[in-house]
Design a protein around this ligand. Sequence first.
Ligand SMILES: [Zn+2]
Ligand SMILES: [Zn+2]
Length: 499
Amino acid sequence: MRFILDEGRLIPEVLAKTKDQAAKPISRIDFMSSIPLHPEFHYSPELLSFLEGKQLLLEELPFPLDLIQAHYEHGYLAYEKGIMKTKHGWRCMRCGNEEHHFFASFPCARCQTVCTYCRKCIMMGRVSTCTPLVVSRFSFPQDRYLSPLSWNGTLSEGQQRAADAVEDAVVHNGELLVWAVCGAGKTEVLFPGIARALEMGKRVCIATPRTDVVRELFPRLKQAFPSVPLIALYGGSDDRGKFAPLVISTTHQLLRFSRAFDVMVIDEVDAFPYSVEPMLEYAAAKARKEASSLIYLTATPHPAWQKEIKRGKRKAVTIPARYHGFPLPVPSFEWCGNWRRQLKHRRLPRNVIAWAQSHIKTAKQAFLFVPHIDVLEQVVCILKQLDQRIEGVHAEDPQRAEKVQAFRDGRIPLLVTTTILERGVTVPNIDVAVLGAEDDIFTESALVQIAGRVGRSAQYPSGDVRFFHYGKTREMVAAKRQMERMNKEATERGLLKTP
Ligand SMILES: [Zn+2]
Ligand SMILES: [Zn+2]
């Protein structure tokens, strides 16, 4: 679509009375985006509540263009450029992408020019140089909820301290990192802060890169806050396009929001903001209000953040002990020689075989993590000679869910896996081992997460964690140190059960 600029106002070409002016794609027009709000205007509550807190394409708005335009002309909504020209190229204003290879050009029928569009967020509908993004400039008063929390569990001492810090950040629009070991119970730590926010009429979003996390959190939050409208946003969810005081969203769905939330919680992003998900950083920043709080939850902060925390440059609170009060099982390192060469001869290192055999014999279940799919297939093939029930699972495995379930049911004694199971999957009473822990894929954070699978249940709080390697890496050592430090801190703070 093209716009005409008339005395600083944008008019869609199709609505313009005169056709003599040169209409242009929005990215080529210099315009002021602020028109003062006309309070006497009879706005459409349907349109404004649909648009509230959002940043949408025109085709995502089920309202006629002249109605949308009238709201623009009276200051109730604004058009923003979908793609901006930068010094170095382009920037997608919806997803923040600036990488050249994620932009492409095509002869566009809508603006009759060659249009550039963002390929990175194309699955949410095309944003191109002639695409306006529509945002609301009006907000309805927000509902307040009286004592919305109906969770009656108790927080551990470590959790309580973190919960207090979260609540403080919520009230004062602060920024906080919650560094909680795997199994600390970090979701409950949010409850008092979320409750406080809802009492104050604030809107809360929990953002995560993973759909699994959204699905897992939804029922827990629903139960904890039964009177509060809650929506879960992920690809394929029924709630897409909706808005509520309490929202759980994946990165992509969060891209449709703009200045919507008073409290933004970013969950499960270990290496944030240096991780592979720069899009989440952008989306979360865009979806927050200018005055809002920002809370990160992680079990393994990026080393740069760990340094900042040490120097007191980043506000953080640690939960060094698990909910059940037992220490983290610390990994042991076992050299296993050139295991790749052994694999070529269809063999596994002797100590790895011994580890597998002892688990089959004692019927103690275990995960064996390997670096890549090709390794996985070879390893499974060899291990099946010990026990036919042994299986392997990887990210693209169509039977992934069935195999994980079979493992949970105890029908698979050993499950060989790539790093997809490093988090999320919790099975009581298991051991874990890593074959080839020196591989680049096993970062400090991945190794901490892998070790974090063990001993999570109060019934079986311990277990064996073994890293089979062909040369110790800095990441392995850092992971082990991180767990030892947490155990030490937990001991010093008196958070561990004394035997
Ligand atoms: Zn984009
Ligand atoms: Zn175009």
